[in-house]
Design a protein around this ligand. Sequence first.
Ligand SMILES: NC(=O)c1ccc[n+]([C@@H]2O[C@H](COP(=O)([O-])OP(=O)(O)OC[C@H]3O[C@@H](n4cnc5c(N)ncnc54)[C@H](OP(=O)(O)O)[C@@H]3O)[C@@H](O)[C@H]2O)c1
Length: 318
Amino acid sequence: MADKKVIAVLGSTGSQGGGLCRAILADAAGGFACRAVTRDTTKDKAKALAAAGAEVVKGDLDDVESLKKAFAGAHGVYAVTNFWEHFSGEKEKAQAKNVAEAAKAAGVKHVVWSTLEDIRKFMKADDKRMPMLQEKYRVPHFDAKAEANASFSGLPTTFLVTSFYWDNLYMFGLAPKKGDDGKLAWTFPMGTSKMAGIAAEDIGKVAYGIFKGGDQYVGKTVGVMGEALTIEQMGQTLSKVLGVGPIKYNAVEADVYRSFGFPGADEMGNMFQAYRDFDKEMLANRSVDTARKLNPALQSFEQFVTKQQAAIKTAMGI
Ligand SMILES: NC(=O)c1ccc[n+]([C@@H]2O[C@H](COP(=O)([O-])OP(=O)(O)OC[C@H]3O[C@@H](n4cnc5c(N)ncnc54)[C@H](OP(=O)(O)O)[C@@H]3O)[C@@H](O)[C@H]2O)c1
């Protein structure tokens, strides 16, 4: 361990950071060690990382001193904030600022910041197509992360632009469901646009590729996706792999989706609308080739569905 470069991994008990820790641990000869940061070192996911060989330490994004301790002596930091825990763009920016301050204090050599683009740049401020949320954001969890990029100035940072997790099908309730007619259907305000998607686990593997690549990625923005697909195409792949009948796609307007009333419906409605209306820009910000270069095991949607079919079927109620 002593001669290995330690990566302090935020979100280690979650999708992105967990994927990175597992990638580091799976490559014993790779020269890196995973220091898994969590608020609760006793939780099952933290214990599993420790059992797999990670150093597990306490750290809280809201407590800069705890982050300074967690980052001490580390070569790198994987920085990810979790918007969905608090739904606040302001809090996300404050947490990113804490990470940057602690990374500066620890003198780390490489930060990979998991960010997204500023959707406000695609529209004039008075554009009425999409409502402002939290007073000043179009898509708070995108715009706030983009604003937080500035906190990392002066640090050797790679800005990792991620994509929609296909895992949302089973983790976020977005899988097709049977309607009253017994037929499978799903509803998105995506029209016929292609959405950049990725298996969440692959984001961590990409991040590992960035740390291994080192200086060549410092100061760079790296946008990644597994594949860009329309909702129809995703439905066809689900039907094929899971052996179910056709999946009906209800292409609703974004206003309709925003009105669904579940927590975050407005945020998700704006996000899908951004993927739909600014598909060219958003796809241009992400590359399958770059993702595959950094993570040769990058999954296509079909490979992802094949691997996760049990969880997806459960989520679909089939
Ligand atoms: N879902 C998507 O499609 C998608 C796509 C692109 C980007 N994203 C972004 O991904 C981010 C979430 O990452 P994820 O999906 O990897 O997370 P996740 O699986 O939901 O897990 C959340 C992680 O964040 C950690 N965390 C939360 N609050 C913390 C705090 N105050 N201090 C320390 N750690 C904290 C948790 O650690 P402990 O609980 O162990 O402390 C946990 O490891 C969100 O900001 C979201 O916008 C999501």
